[in-house]
Design a protein around this ligand. Sequence first.
Ligand code: DGL
Length: 274
Amino acid sequence: MGDSRAIGVFDSGLGGLTVAKRIMELMPDERVIYFGDTGRVPYGTKGVQTIKKYAIQDERFLLSQNVKMIVAACGTVSSVAADTGENLPVPFVEVISHSVKDAVSQTKNGKIGVLGTPATIKSHAHKNLILKLSAKASVFETAAPMLVSLAEEGWCTPDNEIARLTVCNYLKDMKSAGIDTLILGCTHFPVFKELILEVLPDVTLIDMGVSAARYIKEFLNKNNAENRDGGEHKFFVSDKPVTFEKTVKIFLGESGENIKIDLVDVEKDEKGCN
Ligand code: DGL
């Protein structure tokens, strides 16, 4: 039978597109409805109550789009506001646990780095789970808030001096600690992969989107909920910055060409519901 409804994916901004992209690549017949809260990004420097409030509004918007599943394609929401997904009428997927399993199974020397937003790092969400799965592991955490703004700005390639200096700075301690595996604990960070690998050439990078997409595929298959009819993706944002078109292409690659993006006010929608 299957389920032709779309998979709902949200993030504070465009970072979650790195997760959406993996879902689209691995499950080409699935439709994605994406919401990026570009008007309120970043979430990772805000307090937990605000992040939860935003997450609830984002989830409510996606539910109004009749999705079959909601993916919090945001390390910050997954770390500190995953409980907002607990009582939804559709399955909720966070991006932390699957990436942690991949990191633990791939590390050889047990030294794992986590690069995330300040809220994610303060929550120790990845670290706590890593230590649950492998008590012998050593975890090195760094908050890298500047990378979120640089990514939203499209400043993420090796030819960008500011991006290079910022990445080097944030990775300094992990480099001296000798990590062999690095979890990109914020969904904005995969766009810095090339630069990160120049600084840490022998490190295995864990992209939360890859881990989550693999889990979603298995889940849909087990629950006979795959889309067999295909259909179009839809993209919504809460604000359209001037650099938007350029940045979308950086996050989505070729699939970012000619996509239609609609503006939505999730706060207004919420007031309408109350
Ligand atoms: N992409 C987000 C994350 O994975 C959030 C970045 C931010 O809004 O601070 O944490």
